[in-house]
Every structure is written in structure tokens, then in C-alpha cells.
Design a protein around this ligand. Structure first.
Ligand SMILES: [Zn+2]
Ligand SMILES: [Zn+2]
Length: 71
């Protein structure tokens, strides 16, 4: 019988939801949950839920205001 890779290392990727090796993945940039290596290669740095929050409009943008110093 062929020796299998350790199953204990497997984790579910929170982006593509596939089971991948935890030791080869990276944590989500926001919440630190597991993102697999394949997603990382594709440029995914956040898990699904953090990505959804990230693309949602962020509150109210503060208008750019320049205060010139008084001379
Ligand atoms: Zn993935
Ligand atoms: Zn996350």
C-alpha cells in the first residue's frame, strides 16, 4: 500500500472550500483563518467572508481637506 500524506495536516480553505494542506497555506490577512496555497497563488489574501466585507463600501469617506498653515 502506498504511503499517504498525513491527513492531520488537512484544513478547509475558507476561500475555495477545498481541503488542502495547512502547512502549505497562508492565513487570511484579516481574521487569520486558513487560505490554501492555490488561492494564495491566485492573489487571494482574504477568506470569503472577509473578502465580502472588504468589497462592501467602507462607511463614509472623509473628504480630503487641506488646511494651509497660516503665515
Ligand atoms: Zn483555496
Ligand atoms: Zn478572513
Amino acid at each position: 500500500m502506498a504511503k499517504q500524506l498525513t491527513e492531520r495536516d488537512a484544513m478547509i480553505c475558507r476561500s475555495c472550500e477545498r481541503e488542502e494542506r495547512a502547512s502549505e497555506g497562508y492565513p487570511c490577512a484579516v481574521c487569520g483563518t486558513f487560505i490554501c496555497l492555490m488561492c494564495t497563488f491566485r492573489g487571494v489574501i482574504r477568506c470569503k467572508s472577509c473578502e465580502a466585507k472588504a468589497i462592501a463600501p467602507v462607511a463614509v469617506r472623509t473628504p480630503l481637506k487641506i488646511d494651509w498653515p497660516d503665515h
